[in-house]
Design a protein around this ligand. Structure first.
Ligand SMILES: Nc1ncnc2c1ncn2[C@@H]1O[C@H](COP(=O)(O)OP(=O)(O)OP(=O)(O)O)[C@@H](O)[C@H]1O
Ligand SMILES: [Mg+2]
Length: 470
């Protein structure tokens, strides 16, 4: 098969996310080249095509031993597809290489990383700066037998990928190397490539991907929503300086990350020099955070710190519980108007509660607990006092009410109307002698008179006698 009557296809060399890659022979020059067919979208979308050609021109300007040389970009009229042509690299991708070899020795990791860092330093310092945006093991090739490391697909993959929703598979595949700012679709600079190279170094050194076995959603969650930085969990025999370099490269925060590829390159070169000199273990580079090896004293400190933290948490829990209890006790006391009946106690309790509140706010939970512990019994006391006082007052009032009633009953002017018994009492009292004699006389007189009127007359006379006797 011929393409644009310039290139004869020799063989298929690979299938990427965008399209097929062929090994081709330049018909006129008789040189071996690689030709990558671009997605159909380029043919269909004029705007996308313009942008892609602009990128390709920038790419073609990059001339560096560690960047694949782009030689041509064109369209095959007959088959209606766009393609670009680049130097053919004899060798395998780093992805394939790690699959074959597993974890690579540190010297090899440094050798690869240094060359990629050189390519990035060169591209990032172009005017305008060229950002790769898709650094990953599949886009890094190791030439055989020279060992030259070549970075492929500068700027192209992401440029097309971002505009094409149908290529989500390819985009997803690169999430593992995607810097947080790039995930958020913010404008990216060289720092995104540094992050990706850090991830590549991790993978080359350990033989496994940093996010191995995780799905896209989990990776995004880890990168964007977990606040802590990534930890390079290397084996304990790893030189601390190398761990620190990788940790700094994969820092989520741009401030903590290497600011330029050149700074990373310098650190990597120092690591390699020290490794060759046998002094890597002792190497300490400025601007790196070292995870200090746990010594007996730091372990003790750690335990103490943990104990302190636990104590702090316990104090806070206690203070919170007491705070609620005090509040309940105060509310209960308020129902019996304790602030009125037990004024002094109430004020003391309220003062302690206020002190507790202030201490709680300033997170001094121990003081807060102490203050609440003082307030609690006082509010309870105020409640009981108020209840007793109120009950006594009520009792007093009801007693007073009873007494008032009795007094009223005894006073004559307010006497109830007298009953028949009261009327008869003085009559039934033993009459004086004179009266007795008079009554006998009346009795005799009544006997002499007519019988039917006897009783009535006797009663009336008796009444008259009684009146006289009083
Ligand atoms: N210049 C080249 N020389 C030799 N082989 C190449 C060249 N470019 C690409 N290849 C081969 O073609 C394969 C596919 O490359 P391609 O860039 O299309 O896929 P990818 O990098 O896996 O995915 P992506 O589309 O995301 O870049 C590579 O894995 C590599 O083996
Ligand atoms: Mg590629």
């Amino acid at each position: 098969m011929e393409i644009s009557r310039k290139y004869a296809v020799t063989e298929k060399v690979g299938q990427g996310g965008m399209g097929m890659v062929y090994k081709v022979r330049h018909i006129t020059l008789d040189t071996t080249l690689a030709l990558k067919v671009l997605p159909h979208e380029l043919t269909d979308h004029a705007e996308m095509r313009t942008r892609f050609y602009r990128e390709a021109r920038l790419m073609a300007r990059l001339k560096h031993p560690n960047i694949v040389q782009v030689l041509d970009i064109d369209r095959d009229e007959a088959q209606n597809f766009h393609y670009f042509v680049m130097e053919f690299i004899h060798g395998k991708t780093l992805r394939q290489y790690i699959r074959d070899q597993g974890a690579l020795p540190l010297a090899e990791v440094l050798h690869i990383a240094i060359q990629v860092a050189k390519a990035l330093t060169y591209a990032h310092t172009q005017v305008p700066s060229v950002i790769h945006r898709d650094v990953k093991p599949a886009n890094i090739m190791i030439e055989d037998p020279s060992g030259r490391v070549v970075v492929m697909d500068f700027g192209i993959a992401k440029e097309i990928g971002q505009s094409d929703a149908t290529r989500t598979g390819a985009i997803m595949g690169t999430m593992k190397y995607c810097a947080p700012e790039q995930m958020r679709h913010e404008p990216v600079d060289g720092a995104a490539d540094i992050y990706a190279l850090g991830m590549v170094m991790y993978e080359a050194y350990t033989g496994k991907q940093f996010f191995a076995g995780l799905d896209e959603a989990t990776i995004v969650g880890r990168v964007l929503y977990e606040p802590q930085e990534h930890i390079a969990d290397f084996s304990p025999d790893t030189p601390p300086v190398f761990t620190a370099v990788v940790t700094k490269a994969i820092a989520k925060s741009r401030e903590r990350r290497y600011q330029t590829a050149e700074q990373l390159l310098r650190d990597l070169e120092q690591c390699r020099a020290a490794l060759e000199a046998g002094t890597l273990e002792q190497l300490s580079l400025p601007g790196l955070e070292y995870a200090s090896p746990p010594s007996a004293s730091t372990e003790l400190e750690d335990i103490e710190n943990r104990l302190l933290r636990l104590k702090g948490e316990r104090d806070q829990r206690l203070a919170t519980t007491l705070q609620q209890q005090v509040q309940q006790a105060r509310e209960r006391a308020a129902t019996v108007a304790a602030s009125q009946w037990a004024e002094t106690v109430w004020q003391q309790a309220a003062a302690h509660e206020e002190r507790g509140r202030t201490s709680f706010q300033s997170r001094n939970y121990q003081h807060a607990s102490e203050a609440y512990q003082e307030a609690l019994p006082l509010f309870t006391h105020a409640y009981e006092t108020a209840q007793t006082t109120a009950a006594r007052k009520q009792e007093e009032q009801s007693r007073a009410a009873v007494e008032t009633k009795q007094t009223k009953a005894e006073r004559p002017e307010t006497q109830e109307p007298v009953g028949p018994k009261d009327v008869m009492t003085p009559v039934l009292a033993p009459p004086p002698r004179r009266t007795v004699r008079l009554m006998r006389t009346i009795g005799r007189l009544v006997k002499k008179r007519a019988r039917p009127h006897r009783r009535r007359a006797q009663k009336s006379l008796f009444r008259r006698v009684a009146r006289v006797a009083r």
